[in-house]
Design a protein around this ligand. Structure first.
Ligand SMILES: *Cc1c(COP(=O)(O)O)cnc(C)c1O
Length: 547
């Protein structure tokens, strides 16, 4: 007699892709995926949200989860799809809320294949040629940012935050040789601008440097680091006998696409080494998780403009390239394919100009007795992770191949063109003021003002002069109300999802400046969706002013 468990096992086996060729079962696998897609399709509408978003009662979820009995794939699928209820559709043309792209089909297939066969990039012993895809994606990316692919190296890791963590850790080992074994000494500092990403706090905290030893250098009104202030901070720290673990340059700040002067920072770093006769070279990390993609325009012929962008767009692209073309001066670079590379989460790459930098992180072989006996590729000997998925690698590789340079140029160029169009519209109205005018990304931060405000003079008054503190605060509240109106309308299928930032930056006297934000990352956005944004914002103003 068959043991009863065998019945259950038979069913479970059917719930796996079959290990040997079984075309009939393959179509069952595909059909199961189709069924899920079908159910998701029923959640789509004109609203850039799947189904309906609404308040979530996490408390009741904690107490009312379901009993753990077996279900069929069909049952599980239906329940999985329910979790997408309320999800924003980032690829929707009526979605301009944040730096989240839709995923291309090629990148989804990359993720799917990696999920099906489960390569582990800790070693080629467990990933075979998926490891080749990692090496190749790194080489292509290195070439793109201007590194020599023969001496550069890279690994995919768990987010842009992790790329910064790598940069700072490498810098820490350079400034304090042996920190891995001895621990982080108390006299280490780390510098980045006050508009750089908060992952600098994560790095400082988790690496034992301490967030108190993080120097947030003031940025200029164009959101780039103030080089003079950076120099002052570095010299002060060195005068006090501190060590500079890392200078973080941001190329493309999260909110306003501010671009630091990387060449200036590299020159300053070299000058400091000479002036102080430093026994180490402070590490320069470029947080280019957003800005890296503009590298595809480095050799674009601005005058010829073969892709036919509008002149203003071409100027904007050239404005970004002025900074991006210096990326190769950084010792390491963070790249997010899940931001401006149209790949699903997580697909982040840390590139180092000199592959020997990774050796600073290497563990001793005797600490890892069970791994790395076979094969030739063992990034797991120095990566922070042990198991490392192939999903991000295959997604990134797929998109590099799918887009090619021209595809990226056309897509990014279109997004910038749409952002430029939005700026033109906004600047054509008396009631609105664009805040990040000097930045040329696909993100636009702006404020709306009530009637009778001189929007030409207001920025200078409110942002510089403490006498206008009350007016700034009132207009912060006003912009929140505009946001709430636009958001309500978009949720009802009228208009476009945009977002709000509580602090675009601080005024000269320390008040946060609230701003409306549109982040255009969907290739489906077109002129009519830009016009609706402006229309809805002006409509909000009328509604508020009418009381
Ligand atoms: C998003 C972002 C990060 C963090 O990246 P994750 O991939 O979300 O971890 C770091 N730096 C900048 C400038 C970012 O915009």
């Amino acid at each position: 007699m068959r043991a009863p468990y065998r019945e259950i096992l038979d069913r479970i086996r059917l719930a796996f892709p079959q290990p040997t060729s079984d075309r009939v079962h393959d179509s069952y696998v595909v059909h199961s995926i189709m069924r899920a897609l079908d159910q998701v399709d029923a959640l789509k509408s004109e609203v850039p949200i799947l189904g309906k978003s609404g308040p979530i009662d996490f408390e009741s979820v904690r107490t009312h989860w379901q009993a753990l009995k077996p279900s069929t794939i069909e049952e599980v699928t239906a329940e999985l799809v329910r979790f997408l209820d309320g999800m924003p559709i980032f690829g929707h043309p009526r979605s301009q809320a944040n730096v989240v792209p839709p995923s291309s089909i090629a990148s989804i297939i990359g993720v799917l294949l990696a999920s099906l066969y489960n390569p582990n990039l800790t070693s080629d012993e467990f990933s075979e040629r998926v490891a080749v895809a990692e090496v190749e994606a790194c080489a292509i990316a290195a070439q793109l940012v201007g590194y020599n692919p023969n001496s550069a190296a890279g690994v995919f890791t768990f987010g842009g935050t992790a790329t910064a963590l790598y940069g700072v850790k490498i810098g820490l080992e350079k400034a304090c040789p042996g920190a891995m074994a001895d621990g982080t000494p108390p006299n280490v500092v780390l510098c980045g601008s006050d508009t750089s990403h908060y992952c600098r706090y994560t790095a400082a905290g988790w690496l034992g440097i301490g967030t108190k030893n993080l120097i947030s250098v003031p940025s200029r009104p164009d959101n780039a680091i103030d080089l003079k202030e950076l120099e002052r901070s570095c010299r002060q720290a060195l005068d006090q006998g501190k060590r500079l673990a890392c200078l973080i340059a941001t190329l493309g700040t999260t909110d306003a696409f501010g671009l630091d002067d990387l060449a200036g920072m590299a020159a300053l770093r070299d000058q400091l080494v000479r002036d102080y006769d430093l026994p180490y070279t402070p590490h320069l990390h470029a947080d280019a998780v957003i800005g890296w993609a503009w590298s595809v325009f480095k050799d674009y012929d601005i005058e010829e403009n073969p892709l036919g962008f509008r002149r203003r767009t071409v100027r904007a692209l050239a404005g970004v390239c002025r900074h991006i073309r210096h990326l190769h001066l950084a010792d390491s670079i963070g790249i997010d394919f899940h931001k401006t590379g149209f790949a699903p989460y997580i697909s982040s790459l840390i590139l180092v100009r000199d592959q020997h930098d990774f050796a600073l992180l290497r563990r001793h072989a005797e600490q890892m007795p069970y791994l790395y006996h076979h094969g030739d590729y063992h990034p797991g000997t120095f990566t922070l992770e042990t198991s490392r998925a192939g999903t991000g690698v295959l997604a990134a590789w797929a998109n590099l191949r799918l887009f090619g340079k021209e595809g990226m140029q056309a897509t990014l160029g279109h997004l910038v063109e749409m952002a430029q169009l939005l700026r033109e519209h906004l600047e054509g109205h008396q009631a609105t003021a664009v805040l990040n005018r000097d930045n040329f990304g696909t993100v636009t931060l702006f404020r709306v003002y009530p009637p009778n405000v001189d929007t030409f003079a207001i920025k200078e008054h409110e942002f510089e002069d403490p006498a206008h503190r009350d007016s700034l605060r009132q207009h912060n509240a006003y912009n929140r109300r505009v946001y709430e109106y636009v958001h309500r309308e978009a949720s009802a299928g009228r208009g476009v999802m945009i977002s709000l930032t509580d602090c675009y930056r601080h005024t000269a006297y320390g008040e946060p400046i609230v701003a409306l934000k549109t982040y255009i990352l969907s290739p489906f956005v077109d002129e009519q969706h830009i016009e609706v944004v402006v229309q809805k914002v002006l409509e909000a103003r009328e509604q508020i002013d009418a009381g």
